[in-house]
Ligand binder design. Structure first.
Ligand code: HEC
Length: 135
C-alpha cells in the first residue's frame, strides 16, 4: 500500500462511521461546537415552525394553516409526509412548484394574506422542518 492509499483508507472509514451527516456535508465532520450550534438552530426552527403552522396573523381570514391541515374532521388534509411529495406539478400554478411555493399559494388563497412571506423566509424554512417532523 502506498502512502496516499494508507491515509485515504482510514479517512473513508471515519466518514462511514460518522454516518449520513458527514457524508452529506462532504467536508468532514462538524466540530463539537458546530454540532451544538446546529442542534440548537434546528430545535429553534422546529419550535418556530409549530408556531407558524398555527399562526392566524399570516393572513386576514382569522384562520391558520392548522385550521384545515390539523383538523380531525378532515384527515385527508393532513400534511404528514408532504415534504417528500414536492416539487411537483400543481393544478393552480399549471407548472411544477416547490413546497414553499405551495405555502405562498395557500397563504394567499386560503389565509387571504395581503402580503405573502418571501420564499426562503426563516418562517417557511421552519414550517418545512415542522412538517417533516410530523408523525
Ligand atoms: C381553508 C382551508 C385551508 C387552509 C387555511 C390552508 N390550506 Fe393548504 N390545502 C387546503 C386544501 C383543500 C388543499 C388541497 C387542494 C390543493 O392542493 O390546493 C391544500 C393543500 C395544501 C398542500 C399540498 C398538500 C399535499 O398533500 O399535496 C400544502 C403543502 C398546503 N396546503 C399547505 C398549507 C399551508 C402552509 C397553509 C397555511 C399558510 C395552508 N395550507 C392553509 C386547504 C387549506
Amino acid at each position: 500500500m502506498n502512502r496516499r492509499r494508507a491515509t485515504l483508507v482510514p479517512l473513508g472509514l471515519a466518514i462511514l462511521a460518522g454516518g449520513a451527516v458527514a457524508v452529506a456535508l462532504g467536508e468532514g465532520d462538524l466540530s463539537p461546537a458546530e454540532q451544538k450550534a446546529a442542534r440548537a438552530a434546528e430545535e429553534k426552527a422546529l419550535a418556530l415552525g409549530g408556531k407558524v403552522f398555527t399562526d392566524p396573523s399570516l393572513g386576514t381570514a382569522e384562520r391558520s394553516c392548522s385550521t384545515c391541515h390539523d383538523n380531525p374532521q378532515k384527515p385527508q388534509l393532513s400534511l404528514k409526509g408532504v415534504v417528500s411529495r414536492f416539487p411537483r406539478w400543481d393544478r393552480d400554478a399549471g407548472k411544477v412548484i416547490t413546497l414553499q411555493q405551495k405555502f405562498v399559494q395557500m397563504q394567499e388563497r386560503s389565509l387571504k394574506a395581503k402580503k405573502t412571506l418571501p420564499l426562503g423566509d426563516d418562517r417557511w424554512n421552519a414550517l418545512e422542518m415542522h412538517l417533516r417532523g410530523l408523525k
